[in-house]
Design a protein around this ligand. Sequence first.
Ligand code: GLU
Length: 411
Amino acid sequence: MKSFEAVTHYFNQAADQLELTDNMRTLLLTSKREVQVQIAVEMDNGELQTLIGYRVQHDNSRGPMKGGLRFHHEVDLDEVRSLASLMTWKTAVVNIPYGGAKGGVAVKVRGLSSRELERITRKFIDEIHDVIGPDTDIPAPDMGTNAEVMAWIMNQHNKYHGFNPGVVTGKPVEHYGIPGREEATGRGVGLLTIKTLSRLGRKPQNTRVAIQGFGNVGTHTAKFLHEAECKVVAISDVSGAYFRQGGINVGEALRYSNEHERSLAGFPDADKITNEQLLELDVELLIPAALGGVITAENAPRIRAPIIVEAANAPMRPEADDLLYQQGTVILPDILANAGGVTVSYFEWVQNRQYYQWSLDRVRQELDRVLSSAFEEVWSLSQEKKISLRTAAFIVGIGRVGRATVLGGIT
Ligand code: GLU
């Protein structure tokens, strides 16, 4: 099943409950606009490389479209389309006034110089500057992009359209960004994980956690859960996975990775296992925080964690989701679990529009408030209707988007 088909599958499970007509389903699922561009860039060695970039704008019935920009070699239109659709449901679940979009450039980031990355970013914005903007579509960081890339986007866009920092979020804090944006996705995952544990009557101290991925989301999630007294027994990155029965010292791991070009390769005091083995560990909590599609029909029967929190976007294939749900696994879905990032992006955009700087305390407080109320709503709906948290989250999201579509007038 391809990525967009997978989101459609989840959407339809909720649409069945809502008894949506076929026409309404088509309307809500179809992207408003899909842009594909060619980016010709000169590399540092003088060679010319042709890259393909995408921006998919899925829905704007609730506000300007919002979503990250991904630089990764596996990016393709189907994936970007599915992630754009997920953004629509995500912004609706947490009830921030946005629609959904996503962008991507198919490029292998590892090994690129900073200058090359900057040229790719600026060239991409040259091609899409007319379709993005603070009131139309606002990019943000995603896999392979960061605050520096966002600053280049702002600068390049502003050359065409004049000064306006609200065209992009996730910018450096000292350059129109907001304190707490970088930690926001991982912090949100952490906050909601603790809430889930408490609803299930589990104590953090008795919870062993395996986290796949040690990038922005994985590291902040690990830090938060470690501080909340969960026992993080396994972490991983592209170099492999690292397991320690007695618990990994997350602070040490962060220091190690920072000192080794953001790689855990050679991390001492832990057994080296594979990323696949990490998913199958005997733990209470599994958090995929890296690539999409890592939990499949093939490995799902071997997954032992009774709770899975989706920090990555679309880490689970629908066949695996069905299987695990039937066996009683509690799955906190991506569109709720990792919505902390876009929520703080929204705060950044509000701040940019007001030329007013929020404090970190205020950001954290408001993030907690937004995520907690979304969590309450999704949790109680799933209890009341005896449906999965994923279907409940989609029902909340689709309900809001559907109502906005009808209120705005369809014809
Ligand atoms: N890329 C993040 C996501 O998938 C954040 C998007 C944003 O802040 O707009 O949710």
